[in-house]
Design a protein around this ligand. Sequence first.
Ligand code: 3PG
Length: 305
Amino acid sequence: MKILIATDKPFAKVAVDGIREEIETAGYELVLLEKYTEKAQLLDAVKDVNGIIIRSDVIDAEVFEAAKKLKIVVRAGAGYDNVDLNAATAHRVCVMNTPGQNANAVAELALGLMVYAVRNFYNGTSGTELTGKKLGIHAYGNVGRNVARIAKGFGMEIRAYDAFCPKEVIEKDGVKAVDSVEELYKTCDMVSLHIPATPETKNSINYALLKDMPKGAVLVNTARKEVIDEDELIRLMDERGDFKYVSDIMPAAHAKFEERFAGRYFSTPKKMGAQTAEANVNAGIAAAKQIVGYLKDGIDRFRVN
Ligand code: 3PG
């Protein structure tokens, strides 16, 4: 069996070494495609492999078509909006993610972005503190829970909204579960986004939701750029000089945001939330173990298609 790591944004070396050990101990061969610049390189690399480990790499119908021997794709991470699940199923390929494995890394970055925003991007002027501020966590999954845990240490008052997570689960963590998404935005000084990109969530963070946030509001996005209605966020930030947006996923309209909202907008140049040695090791080795478990014993825990 041949397993490919296809990562446009490579794992730390220590993670690749750990993945190699898992794969080779199972008697399989590991091949590596990193920092590729053309889709043709990916199409070529998948031709004879049985399993693939990816990150945000796009695995569409054309890739499944090219990968004639493919049995499994594991997204080393949480969001799998980059994989065409219908095409995978049509080609009888199992798709999995590795939930929770990079959650702490993303949560730490979310808090880091918050500090950066309230300290005016470290420009030397007097900012504010997180202590005593109301933090809204939009979706209480693995990342949201870690954000809550860390934010408690900052002395924040934490609220969360999750359409699918029972209130008791949220409140057990000492977090106030609010009844609606509108209430979350209306009552919180800063909101941290942790919703996946789905047809339902695309463009769902819009003017109507953001306009009622309190004065000096900060929106933190370590989720996906697609969930933001960028035109409406631009309209809101045009109207409200007090509103800040900090993101780990560069908006399509990055140049416009930068030009219009200097001092109120920041985006990392490349998604950095899960880019730590620890998260790479956790998610990468989990992915390798899941591939071996599936190919050897048919274990399909964490299958998403
Ligand atoms: C995820 O969905 O796991 C995160 O967005 C991290 O994505 P990355 O592996 O591309 O950094």
